[in-house]
Design a protein around this ligand. Sequence first.
Ligand code: ZN
Ligand code: ZN
Length: 245
Amino acid sequence: MLRTPPWLRDVARLPRALLPDGRCRLCALASRAPLCSACQCAMRRAPAWSCERCAVELPAPAVCCGACALRPPAFARTVAWGDYAAPLDRLVARIKHGEDPVLARWLGRLLARSLRARWPSRQLAAAHVLPMPMTPAALRRRGYNQAWELALGLARELGWSADCRQLLRRREGPAQSSLPLARRGANVRGAFEVRALPRGTRVLLVDDVMTSGASAEHAARALLRAGAAEVAVAVLLRTPPPPWV
Ligand SMILES: [Zn+2]
Ligand SMILES: [Zn+2]
């Protein structure tokens, strides 16, 4: 496991005012890209093996994890760019409240490259890119959906279309991150509505983080009910599994 040096964790906590454009968002060294090439390589721990369905890291090569084998999710496959762990979790904190839209779209492009590298060409037929939606009230409060910014960067990189009006979130419960894993499914059940999606559309659903997968599961079910041919998922960061025993 890659250890983060303490100085790097401290730099990553610097407020945006101290980290102008032209600096790496993780190490603060001069960089033309939002992350310098050293941080892109060193800070991103790509798992050797991961579940094709939900992208969770696996301890040994296998097609999918035990949870997906027992109960296959509604989405066909998932790709993740990195682990939801320090120091990459700082990137999500930066894009979550619209502080750094340049970073969000740029990360969307990196996510697109992971998808190209990991999925065989037959799975890469053009899909319609939809962001994980927020309720209208939440969007008004925050004024920004980081999943949409990621989706825009990803769609531009792949030359695919993106739309933020076809998958809607109607009901708002507590934030998923504030709930224990077992309650997250109930919190998003029936929360999604699909509008004007042509039947047979291949959908790529984009989100910043996947932990339990409950939001992706219920959004995918709504999309399939509305006539989508297939739903795949792209998340910037995937929560690592608990340590194996
Ligand atoms: Zn750096
Ligand atoms: Zn899985």
